[in-house]
Design a protein around this ligand. Structure first.
Ligand code: HEM
Length: 365
């Protein structure tokens, strides 16, 4: 057997430090004395790009697993671990802003004009994270879409279009949910029982509004119309036709079957079979939240650094970023599930055969 050892490798060789530490080139130094804080500005962005690279690596590996027609339960452990890693990295995205904010707006002005028209908007790895999760071109605001056309080079635009044509984690999660076997239960009409339990709960809520002596007539009317809207949404998720109409209008992105499977997973998450799927869906919500938290911190930093100035990329600055924060979210359907949850005490009791299928069983002999 060949037992030759690989040649010894030095720390700096392994990490390619010469290249890594050689690529911080302040623009200001090319035109006069280097602005002291430009090094921090460059290093912060480069550190983000490295963590974006790791984030893409994790999310793409999860997406690859979900591309296969079946995902064995044994794969969920590693997949969940990778998504937890993404959450931990998102924590770093936030704290790095604290470091950059040690630069004052006046110090930023020392070199800001030299960066035009470069902008974080042109970060392709950030766009990759967005599209991997499920941000679609048509959901972007008009200004955002216009920026994609005018601020990205031809090669970047082609790459973005290619990513957009591939199934995202949202779409693949929907397909996986829609395949979930526990939505047909032989003769047991779960969704009928669920509908009855929901209508009873809504009826009780309505009575509370109608008989609450503390409400003025105007307040009562307002609460009753909000209650009617909630009832309408409940009826819509129980009716595929109504659900699809709302989906066509952009109120849902999951399919009807996928949405019901996600809801069922949440309602019966105490069942052992649903522990990992529930954890997986919760992590998607947390990652969506992590991205939104970063956008929020970034907007606040931009307001602090620029006030009402436009961005180096030419956008309306913080106003533009507030819009992307609201529009470029992905897993809103999973947030919406909470509207349709019932207290455990009101949940339909599942047939024993079904609870047995959802549990883990060990028999000796
Ligand atoms: C002084 C600090 C910063 C300022 C003033 C700033 C400003 C801006 C502005 C105004 C935009 C909107 C596009 C434009 O007109 O340029 C933007 C977009 C963006 N910036 Fe920053 N930025 C800063 C730091 C960072 C850092 C450290 C990152 C990390 C990579 C970053 C990543 C991004 C990304 C990804 C976008 C696109 C966001 C989206 O499309 O929703 N920025 N930035």
């Amino acid at each position: 057997m060949d037992r030759r050892l690989p040649p010894p490798i030095h720390y700096s060789q392994y990490l390619q430090l010469e290249q890594l530490l050689g690529c911080q080139q302040p623009e200001s130094a090319k035109y006069g004395p280097a602005a002291h804080d430009e090094l921090l500005f460059i290093i912060t962005h480069q550190a983000y790009e490295l963590w974006f690279k790791q984030t893409v690596h994790e999310l793409e590996s999860v997406r690859q697993e979900f591309l296969s027609p079946t995902i064995p339960d044994s794969r969920f452990g590693p997949l969940i671990q990778r998504l937890q890693r993404v959450r931990a990295i998102q924590g770093l995205w936030l704290t790095q802003i604290d470091v950059l904010e040690t630069m004052t707006p006046l110090d930023f002005l020392e070199f800001r004009d030299l960066l035009v028209p470069a902008s974080g908007f042109q970060s392709m790895q950030f766009k990759r994270i967005e599209t991997l999760l499920g941000v679609q071109r048509q959901q972007r605001t008009a200004a955002d879409q216009d920026f994609v056309r005018s601020r990205l080079g031809a090669a970047d635009q082609a790459e973005l279009a290619q990513w957009e044509s591939e199934p995202s984690l949202l779409e693949l999660t929907d397909r996986w949910l829609a395949r979930m076997p526990f939505l047909q239960f032989g003769n047991f009409q779960f969704w009928e029982h669920y509908g009855t339990a929901v209508r009873e709960m809504l009826q009780r809520d309505r009575q509370i509004i109608e008989t609450n002596p503390a409400l003025s007539a105007e307040q009562r009317d307002r609460q009753l119309s909000a209650h009617a809207a909630t009832s309408q949404r409940f009826e819509a998720i129980l009716d595929e036709g109504q659900f699809n109409e709302l989906r066509d209008q952009g109120h849902f992105r999951l399919s009807h079957r996928g949405f019901l499977a996600a809801l069922f997973t949440h309602l019966y998450r105490d069942q052992p079979m649903f522990h990992l799927p529930f954890r997986y869906l919760t992590l998607l919500v947390e990652i969506d939240e992590g991205l939104t938290q970063w956008r929020m911190r970034h907007v606040l930093m931009v307001q602090r650094m620029l006030g009402r100035k436009i961005g180096t990329g030419g956008s309306a600055g913080s106003e533009y970023l507030q819009q992307t924060m609201m529009h470029n979210r992905v897993f809103l359907d999973l947030y919406a599930l909470s509207t349709f949850l019932l207290p455990r005490s009101a949940l339909p009791t599942l047939p024993q055969q079904l609870t047995a299928a959802l549990g883990f069983h060990f028999s000796q002999g």
